[in-house]
Every structure is written in C-alpha cells, then in structure tokens.
Design a protein around this ligand. Structure first.
Ligand code: AMP
Ligand code: MG
Length: 645
C-alpha cells in the first residue's frame, strides 16, 4: 500500500546539520501570519494585535474636575488666604459626574463640582473643597489661590484622539484591554491563531485515561505537543493516536493537512519497517520532505516537510526528543505564523558548573536543572541522554552544545531555554534517594507554597551533589559496611544530618515460592544461590540497598547480579512480572506489588543538609513539615517509622 518516493528507499536518513535543517525549512516555507480576525475584548486576552489601534476619541473626552470642590476662574482668587478668604457667589447648580453643566461660571462666581464632573463654561480651575469654607447663604469662601488649570484634567490629556495606543504585534494583556476600553473600542483585530493538527503514531500507543494493554505505553507526545503549541499561541487540533498502518495514517494526515495550517506528527519517523510517515508525507503536496534526519542528539529522526504551502513536521517518537526539537526548530516557525516575536521570557543565562562531554558532529540537547547559587544561577545537567520523561519534572529547560564542540567546559555561561514560560527556579532542591514517604513531606511543603524540585540520583549521587552545592538536601540511606552505622559516616565537611524515618527492608519474592516462603532472609538467599535457575535482581551501585545485598550474597555473583535497576519499584516489578525471582526492597513497595517479604532490618532514611544551607528559609520550612505531627502520621501510615529525635 505504500507509494514510496525514490529518496526514501534507502536504509538510512540523509542527515544534515541543525542549521542546514533550519535553513532548508525556512527556504521551503515562508512563515507569515495567517490573516486577521476581529474578536470582542473579552476574547482578546493573550491574542496578538494585527494592526495598530488609534484612539478614536479623547480621554478624557472633556475637561474634567480631578477633585471635589468648586469650579471657578483662577484670576478671582489670586489673593486668597486663610486669614483673608475670597468670597465667591455660588451658581445655582451642582455639577455631578455624568451630567453636563448648564450654567456658565462668570467672574466672581463658583459652581460646586464633583470629581469627574465636566468643567462648566467660563471656569478654568477647580479648587479643592478642603481649601474652602462655607460662607453666608449662596457664598463660598476660597482660602487658597489655585493656578489656571489646577484640579482639571483637560480633554485628550490622557489619550489624545488619533494617538496610537496599541502597536501591531503586541500580546494583549489586561493592561492593553484597559487602554482600548477607555477609548470605547469594543473589539480588536488580532492575528488568526494557527490551527495545528496533532497526530501520534505507533502500534504501542494508548490514549491516557484508557487501560494499558501489555507491551503498550501511554501517548505522551500528543498532550505535550498540544500544550506546547498553545504556549506558542497555536490552536492544537487533535487527530488521535494512529496505529502504524499506512491507510489509517494517510487518512489522518490528509485530514489534518486539509483542516489545519500546520501538522505536527510524532513517531514512526525513522526509516525502519514500521516507519511510514516519511513515505506518506509526500502525498500531501509539493515539495514534501525537505529534511529527513538532523544531526541532533537526541532527535535525529526529525522530518521537516512543506506540502502545498503548509508545514508538516515529523517529530521523533521519544517524548524528550520531540520536545527539544519542537522548542528548537518548530516553535519559532509557529510563533512567526502567530505573529509573535521569538521567545525572550523562556531564555535565561546560567553557569554550567561541570564539564559536559559531547559528541562531535551532532548538536546536543542537554536537560538542565536551575539552582539559585550564591553567584547567581547555575545549570546542572540531569538525566543526560536517557530520554526519560522525568527529566521534564527534574529539569527546567535545556542547553544546546554546538555540533563542533567535544565538550562544554566547566564554568561555561550558557543560554538555557526553559521548557515553558511559567517555569521558575525552585525554592528548594532535593537530590538523593527517592522514597514514597518523601512525597508526603514534599506534598506538605508544596501546600505551604514552596516550590520543590526532587531529583532521584541515589544516596551517593545526592551526597556528591550536596558537596558540590547543587542541592539543599540529600535524602540518604547508606549503611557503613564496617561500623554498621547509617548515613552519619558519609557526611562531607560542614554537612549536618536530620533524621527522617526507618524503612523495613527485606527479601522480596513471589508469594508461594517454596525457595523463600517461611525462611529467614539468610536461609532464603542460601536456597536461591543453591538453585542455578534462580535469578536475582540487584540494585544500582551507590544505592544503600546494594550494600545490604552484598552482605547477604557474601561474595557470590548469581544469575541476575548485573541486573541493577535504580529503584525499589523496579526491583519489585521485576520479581512480580517474573523477570527475576528475588531481590531486596522496602516493605511498603513489596506490599504494593503483592509480593512475599522476609524482613532483614530497618534502614535509616535521613536528610543530609548541604553545608551553609541550613539557614535558608526553604530548608527550615521543609524541616518544619518533616516534623509536623500530621506529616509524621501520614509517613507512618505508608508503613514507615518516623525517627524519634
Ligand atoms: P518511533 O519514532 O516511532 O520509532 O518511536 C521511538 C520511541 O518513542 C519508541 O520507544 C516509541 O514507543 C516512543 N514513542 C513514540 N511515540 C510516542 C508517544 N506519542 N508517546 C510516548 N512515546 C512515544
Ligand atoms: Mg513507532
């Protein structure tokens, strides 16, 4: 069913540099705005003005009293003082807001007037009521002189008829709406928002909200791409999750192309068997694919096409790759279509404290977490190259390492592109071992208005980060193999330790497995080692649990030893799903996966406080949460034992 054009027959992509890709895309598609529409003010927020707005009236429209007082002729009260007030005869009306005066102010007379009231004919100033006193019937005494024009806002003094009050290309905020409303403008001409068709493709994809089939994953790209489109003033139109099926894909792509101004598809963009998108895109119109393969890491299988004057983008399937390439290459085009300038609010400068090695020949995207240090912002690489979606939670944005550089030297000032306009540097950074109990404390801190970043890097990783000043707190559970003491022996200079809670850890196994049931952990491991078919699952080096496992193994290296995932959950999942028969994990996790559990002993999960950080208000607030009775109760309810301190 696939009609493939000659260039797509080959096995590999024709890779071009990032800059060449951008150049070819720009040459094939002259990004410009899509025409205007007029929207009522209530719908104008966030839109981009398509034309200048000139004031159609003066604001204020007439000479207007700025104070409550008396409209008069300034010349009449030049000599007025408290000791010798000038008496003026009151005219027979009181000028209120919204009512035109009927009587002129003649020499020697005054008319009472309210703030906002129109100045009567003949008057040239308004004296404040506080500077007057009532006189005999029909007379007011003026106690101070007032300059001509005093107490008066003249017609057009705020905004003058014909004055440009909004320029084209401005983003409309409440302020702009106030300006035009004051001139009586009820609707604004704005650029039409680009409609962008969003398609995810892959046999393995399931839409969020539905149950997950075996071997399936949730569609992450469509929601994330749609949101990023909205952040850049586009209007996403979803065309659902499409299987790797040429007919279905062709139908969806054709519909999206016909109904939208741009199409952003993700997945199936390489040149493998099941990768169909690049073959179909040419059927949507000329010139078709202008780039297929870009020297990016990650993000190589990026396709850029223009079909009948509309851009069609094939994003790589991995969500992080899709996001990097969207922000770097697609968002600027979308913003031009929306009439928006390039983003400035999503760029910050920061120092990269560590050397970042990089491949020569590919532009590399590196996710970074921003930390407010003593010398300004620093950008710490996180989850480099892993493609993990958690880098969205742990990172604030990304930096780009030039294709020709083999590294970014430590101390480089780098341009960080934030993942979105709302991203802010967190108040508190926690790096170390993750625990579900930690989520409770972080939840309490967040409820108090603290923004907290948790980066799971293991106990040792957390301690190293704390020593480098990259985080405030490092949650750790490290048993010293010689003295049997938890955590304290590992503290670096100037660091302190705040006790957290105790977690029972033990051998986990599938219920009913006779090699483990009813035995002690030591007996169980002995039985496991005696059975050559029995597979273990280990923990990553640096995890506190791996020290406990080494002790149990006594130097043995059974099957599965080199399977070293990074979390209790991964261990429990491996055992529950039968990829391994035993491992060591904490009790609440074992219970959550319905596994058997042979307790070994309580592990201490404590918080190392980085040197010089204990006085930070965010640290104090977090520790207050840690010690709060209701937080301790919630931690205990999860199966942990809060430390007595
Ligand atoms: P592909 O580009 O189709 O080869 O996909 C590359 C990787 O990204 C595969 O592991 C896919 O399962 C994954 N992937 C593709 N599309 C999505 C999506 N919409 N959401 C999450 N992961 C995806
Ligand atoms: Mg695929």
């Amino acid at each position: 069913m696939t009609r493939s054009a000659a260039p797509s027959q080959g096995q590999f992509l024709t890779v071009v540099s990032r800059d060449e890709a951008v150049r070819r895309f720009a040459a094939a598609y002259d990004a410009r705005t899509l025409g205007d529409e007029t929207v009522p003010l209530d719908d104008a927020l966030g839109r981009v003005t398509a034309a200048p707005v000139r004031a159609p009236v003066d604001v204020p429209p007439f000479d207007r009293a700025m104070v409550d007082g008396f409209a008069l002729r300034a010349a009449d009260c030049v000599a007025a003082s408290e000791s010798a007030p000038v008496a003026l005869r009151l005219n027979g009306e009181h000028v209120h807001c919204g009512h035109a005066p009927t009587l002129a102010v003649g020499p020697g007379t005054a008319t009472p007037i309210a703030t906002g009231g129109p100045l009567p004919r003949g008057a040239d100033a308004v004296v404040m009521i506080e500077h007057t006193e009532p006189g005999e019937d029909g007379v007011v005494r003026i106690q101070r002189p007032v300059a001509p024009g005093g107490g008066v806002a003249f017609a057009g003094s705020d905004l003058a008829l014909g004055e440009t009050i909004l320029h084209a290309g401005m983003v409309v905020t409440a302020r702009e709406i106030g300006l035009v409303a004051a001139c009586g403008v009820a609707a604004l001409a704005v650029h039409r928002r680009p409609r962008v068709g969003v398609i995810s493709t892959g046999d393995e994809l399931t839409e969020p909200g539905r149950p997950l089939r075996p071997a399936a994953i949730y569609d992450t790209n469509a929601p994330v791409v749609a949101a990023a489109i909205r952040e850049n003033d586009g209007e996403p139109v979803r065309f659902g999750v499409i299987a790797d099926d040429a007919d279905a894909l062709r139908a969806a792509m054709k519909r999206a192309h016909a109904e939208c101004d741009m199409v952003v598809l993700s997945g199936g963009t390489s040149k493998g068997e099941g990768d169909l998108t690049h073959r179909i895109v040419g059927e949507l119109g000329a010139p078709g694919l202008v780039v297929h393969g870009v020297a990016l890491k990650p993000g190589k299988p990026l396709g850029l096409a223009v079909c009948d004057g509309k851009p069609v983008v094939l994003l790589p399937g991995f969500p992080t790759s899709a996001m990097y390439t969207f922000h770097d290459i697609v968002a600027p085009v979308l913003r031009r279509m929306a009439g928006l300038p390039p983003r400035s609010e999503t760029r910050v400068e920061a120092t990269v404290p560590q050397r970042v090695p990089s491949d020569v020949g590919r532009t590399e995207y590196v996710s970074v977490a921003l930390v407010e240090g003593e010398d300004g912002l620093t950008a710490h690489p996180v989850g480099k190259g892993s493609g993990a979606i958690s880098s969205f939670a742990q990172a604030d944005g990304f930096i780009t390492v030039d294709a020709l550089a083999d590294q970014l030297p430590a101390g480089t000032r780098a341009d960080v592109r934030l993942f979105g306009p709302q991203v802010r540097v967190p108040d508190l950074v926690i790096m170390g071992s993750h625990c579900t109990g930690l989520d409770v404390v972080v939840g309490a801190a967040t409820a108090r208005g603290l923004s907290v970043r948790v980066v799971a890097v293991g106990s040792l990783g957390g301690l190293r980060a704390a020593m480098r000043g990259e985080c405030d707190l490092a949650p750790v559970h490290l048993l010293h193999p010689e003295n049997g003491i938890y955590n304290r022996p590992y503290l670096g200079e100037g660091m302190s330790l705040v006790p957290g809670w105790r977690r029972m850890q033990g051998v986990v196994h599938r219920k009913g497995d006779a090699r483990f049931e009813t035995r002690t952990p030591e007996e169980a491991v002995e039985a496991a080692l005696a059975d050559p078919e029995c597979l273990m699952v280990n923990r990553n080096q640096g995890a506190g649990t791996s020290i406990v496992i080494e002790k149990l193994l006594g130097g043995a290296r059974p099957g599965g030893y080199w399977n070293r995932p990074k979390s209790h959950n991964a261990v429990a999942a491996a055992v529950a799903q039968g990829r391994a028969d035993w491992g060591v994990a904490i009790e609440p996790v074992a219970r959550a996966y319905g596994l058997g559990f042979l307790p070994i002993g309580p592990e201490h999960y404590d918080f190392a406080v980085a040197a010089g950080r204990e006085a930070r208000p965010a640290v104090a607030a977090f520790l207050e949460c840690l010690h709060a009775p209701e937080v301790r109760a919630s931690v205990a309810a999860l199966g942990f034992t809060p430390a007595e301190d």
